[in-house]
Design a protein around this ligand. Structure first.
Ligand SMILES: [Zn+2]
Length: 445
């Protein structure tokens, strides 16, 4: 039994805390109220269940100050290893004595007394029932399961600490099994493909961290190339969601791509990782002519639609976007250019409010969530799409939305239409010709 007490809030301070900002966006004035949560792991768990458990603990600790303590009960665990790994990324006190807890999450089907029982294997996450898929080393079920379970714990904690507001927000507990291969309740979980990638990740913030953690979890099962593009440096207030960052790197202001590169190289010996500490505009100018800029798969984890459109205009063969929005919404979207609506069609310019003063430097949606599980979830699913791309089947056509206040829902899959007012001009013959010339193997309608 390990007691883990995070000190993230003390390090960041109230003014810079994204967790407190998120609570305010949910309509409460954060009070000095917190919960203690236990994670109980069944004996000798499968590797997938252990990945689920450790990722869950990581995401829960990043909810400090809402979560004051996490107690980990995992018979036979490698305590020293876990302690070292967590302490490198989060300020925390580790102790043996654990007090009573308010909520218990069980991992695996053999834990019988828990408030929430979570299971995951292959592409499947199950809450309140067993995951019937085989554990074949696929990290998507376990990592998505950690995000969903943290979301369930957040809903419970919010409802316990701020009951009036939780009732208004209709924070509904979710139970069920969901496949992130089919985005359906059919239990689909084909075997993990040989993951050979040629992927460019634009943006290594909260969403990008989900992509990076997932690719890293593939270990020696992933090969090929991964290019990282992000001009930012780490700050301590990133730590509630940028889960690959070290505490030392965040304190020293290390470039995000430098930290991400180190993290991936330590875990993926067959993957060639190269980081560019620059904006996408600067990065793309390394190849002067747009026609020469060939990208197989680009993943965007950005908080700015203008840059999303700029990436889309550069015509990657396939573009996968991970995004968060207000009201605890996350989206993963995969664009096959010219076959259906692109990011210029699906992410349309917000109407300009004329009665408010212009705030040009404000984020596009100040209510977009920045909680650990919310930010990383679309990144985890985007990495899942990269893995499907490598196997050549099963990929998402269009988008999948997830509203954390409820639960995963197959009705939230949709293919955007091509719009005449598209910001990218994806229906224009000249644009389609440029795409055909770049990727002669692709057949367009
Ligand atoms: Zn379009």
């Amino acid at each position: 039994m390990l007691s883990l007490v995070p000190h993230l809030h003390g390090l960041v301070g109230s003014a810079a805390s994204r967790n407190l900002a998120q609570l305010r966006e949910l309509g409460v004035e954060p009070a000095d109220r917190s919960v203690r949560i236990a994670v109980v792991v069944e004996p000798s768990p499968t590797p997938g269940r252990w990945l689920l458990a450790t990722s869950l603990v990581d995401m829960l600790l990043r909810l400090d100050p809402l979560v004051r303590e996490v107690v980990l009960d995992a018979p036979g665990m490698d305590e020293e290893n876990l302690r070292t790994d967590l302490a490198a990324r989060l300020p925390l006190t580790v102790g043996d004595a654990a007090g009573p807890v308010d909520y218990t999450i069980g991992i695996g089907t053999r834990v019988t007394s828990a408030d929430l029982v979570v299971d995951a294997a292959g592409w499947v996450v199950a809450i309140g029932e067993p995951a019937t898929a085989a554990d074949d080393g696929n990290p998507i079920g376990p990592l998505a399961g950690a995000a969903l379970a943290t979301g369930e714990a957040f809903k419970w904690a919010f409802g316990t600490l701020y009951p009036e507001q939780a009732a208004l927000l209709e924070m509904t507990p979710w139970r069920g099994a969901f496949s992130f291969f089919s985005y359906n309740v059919d239990g689909a979980s084909p075997p993990l493909p040989n993951v050979r990638i040629a992927t460019t990740l634009i943006g290594a913030g909260g969403v990008g961290a989900g992509v990076i953690r997932t690719i890293a979890a593939l270990g020696s099962q992933v090969s090929g190339t991964l290019t990282l593009v992000d001009g930012d440096v780490l700050t301590t207030d990133n730590l509630n969601r940028v889960s690959y960052a070290t505490l030392a790197g965040a304190t020293a202001g290390t470039a995000k791509v430098v930290e991400a590169e180190t993290f991936l190289r330590q875990r993926c010996p067959k993957l060639a990782v190269s980081g560019f500490k620059e904006t996408f505009d600067t990065y793309k100018a390394r190849t002067p002519r747009r026609a020469d800029r060939i990208y197989d798969v680009v993943v965007t984890g950005l908080d700015d639609d203008q840059i999303r459109w700029e990436v889309q205009r550069d015509l990657p063969r396939v573009l996968i976007d991970g995004a968060t929005g207000k009201d605890m919404v996350a989206r993963v979207e995969r664009v096959e250019f010219g076959r259906y609506g692109c990011l210029g069609c699906s992410r349309r310019a917000a109407p300009i409010a004329t009665d408010v003063p212009a705030a040009c430097d404000a984020p596009p949606d100040p209510r977009a969530p920045s909680l650990s599980f919310l930010s990383s979830f679309p990144g985890i699913l985007a990495a899942g799409e990269v893995m499907k791309e490598a196997s050549g089947h099963g990929s998402l056509r269009g988008r999948f939305d997830h509203v954390f206040r409820y639960g995963p829902n197959p009705d939230l899959v949709g293919m955007p239409a091509m719009r005449s007012d598209c910001q990218v001009g994806c229906g224009r013959p000249a644009k389609l010709d440029q795409y055909r010339q770049k990727y002669p193997g692709e057949t367009l309608p």
